[in-house]
Design a protein around this ligand. Sequence first.
Ligand code: HEM
Length: 261
Amino acid sequence: MGVAIPGNDLLGVLMESNSRINQDHGNKNVGMSVEDIIEECKLFYIAGSETTSSLLVWTMVLLGQHPKWQTQAREEVNRVFGRAEPSYEDLNQLKIVTMILQEVLRLYPPAPFIVRGSTETVKLGNLTIPKGVHLTLLIGLLHYDPKIWGDDAKEFRPQRFSEGVSNATNIQSSFVPFSAGPRVCIGQNFAMTEAKIALAMILKSFSFELSPSYLHSPFSVVTLTPQFGAPLILRNLESKSNVDNCKQPSSSPGSTNNKLS
Ligand code: HEM
């Protein structure tokens, strides 16, 4: 039976660094409490899984609605990886897939708002914000603003990211699906890597379209999800007969059949 090596996973890293800090301070309890460590692990679990699955679900929805982009992304994946499994080293060659994921993050930011509390009275433009106020920034207000993105702000146009994020708008810091500043999402690179690998694997094996029973209703339960699920019709590209061997469309929007979310 394998023995767990301290520091080999998130809990181990937190425990080890905590005990080092305490040792450096003459074994006084100055580091994180056990509760802090538990909360940190919970945060990573929730912040790390729901968000990435939201990104993947909306990507499937949008590629189901935009088959040309789906085909282009699949062609790129096949060109880069051939018959091999997607590899970490080759992920940065996925330009179209990256543009698509960025456009999905713009239109359906998985964490749709950011909350900040004022620790002192501050002036923000014409506003005076007293100490102790909670401010909620709706990311969508920035991501859908035609002054920032142009008249097509509400449309799915991955090509706007073809020259990178900084050239997609003329106003910096207006693309903030992972927030910005000192509290920027710590897992953003990991999330993009995960999403690219998952999407590449799906695209290699399946073509898909939205079921007619899909009802468009973005809904925020902390993360942004399709309220009635994302029923999709998948076709296995690897089966010789290329038969529609996957699920049939569900009959009602609330059905759990075929839901990817
Ligand atoms: C598409 C996927 C993801 C999105 C859109 C996302 C977005 C965000 C956003 C908007 C914040 C708020 C930052 C703020 O309050 O300013 C955040 C924080 C955080 N995220 Fe992510 N995230 C994603 C994936 C992940 C993953 C995969 C992990 C971990 C493996 C992760 C770990 C965290 C943690 C620990 C925080 C809190 C950081 C802090 O408060 O200093 N996230 N994320």
